[in-house]
Design a protein around this ligand. Sequence first.
Ligand SMILES: [Zn+2]
Length: 439
Amino acid sequence: MNTGAAYALTTDLGEKADYDVLHYDARLTANLAAKAIDGRVTVTAKKLSGGERPLVLSAKYKTAIKVSSDNVKLSYQILEDDLVINFHSPLTRGQSFSVDIEYHAAPKRGMRFYPDHMFTVYHTGNWLVSHGNIADKASFDLTLVHDQKLKTIANGRLVSQKSAPTGKMHSHWQQQTPIPLYTFGFALGDFQLHSTAYNNQAINFFYRPRPLSGLNRQKIKDIFADVPDMMRFFEEKSAIALPNKQYSYVLVPGTIAQEAAGFSMVGEKFAHTVLEQPGENWFIAHELAHEWWGNSITCAGFSHFWLNEGLVQFMVAAYQQQLFGEPAYHREIKLALNRVKKAAEKGRNSPLAFFTEIAEQDINHSIVYNKGALVFYLLREKLGEKHFWQALKTYSLTFAGKSVVTDDLKRVFEQVSGTDLSAFFQRWVYGEEIPELSF
Ligand SMILES: [Zn+2]
């Protein structure tokens, strides 16, 4: 057992990419009635390879794109959903540069608009002109231009708010630690705010006024009463303090549960359910757990998506076990097993991870989430409490802020436990067998 051991990343996705996108600096004005945004973004990147391949960014759902640069000569074209930028003189390996892009976007996915609020959902490339490599993390400055009465939530920290001569408010958010692109996000709206604290770190709850949401401060307190306890649990199991020093939940209509870095969007319907059934608090724990596994330790490609979602599903079950006892843990694991069986009955079984890259649309969600959780359960049974949790700590500490592939996890668990897990991974991770449970 060596918690500080240095493991080399096996992923070479970063090496294969031609560009390393370092930073986005965006200013976005949302038009709720038009369900659209006007944007300007400066993308700062570094050339990684010596080739002359263009920089390709997402142009999906965007119009009126104008690209310029202060430090490189370029030309550009829109090819279907891609903005393809060519540089007039070849960039040298290691050269940093920035491009400025103005655009209008009316995304059909990735953003949801309502009369009194709006928020982003996962598909960052649909609202921000940006790259698509999940393993390439970037920092983010976001200035939201909005009506004075609206509140904003975005990644990182609110560093300034200024009222412009136009009467609009400019709220500048800053995310300094690089994060995966799909965790970029923001929400703005006519929200009420309730705040509490855990270890001097703010926990914020943004919710719509009672006539719209049926929620009030007391209900918010009751629904989210366990959040500090969840934070303590995930901090203890990862040996890593809450990565962003604060966390926010944004309550929005319906049944959504979507993490972003530093906050998550959760559905009001789920929230109301917790008031009746406290055991239904899975979404609160799930999105919070992503701060460690997913947002900080991120799968390097979609072949390894279970390292985000399977692990988080398992951690929710482990948290339920601590909060409600053994039967709650077994209930969650059984639920996961039943979902895997159902998927298999419908002819939708598949391995959990792959040796070759798969596309995002080919992710088998019921397997990744549920068989993923089951595999961590099996691993815990096989290695025992001491080795399993020590390995999870080592894995978390080793790869915090990095991107991981399945083999990274395997090697850490093998090293910490002194157990060869090749057969285990071949059978349960790369195979399609469904386990039988004895409880
Ligand atoms: Zn998730």
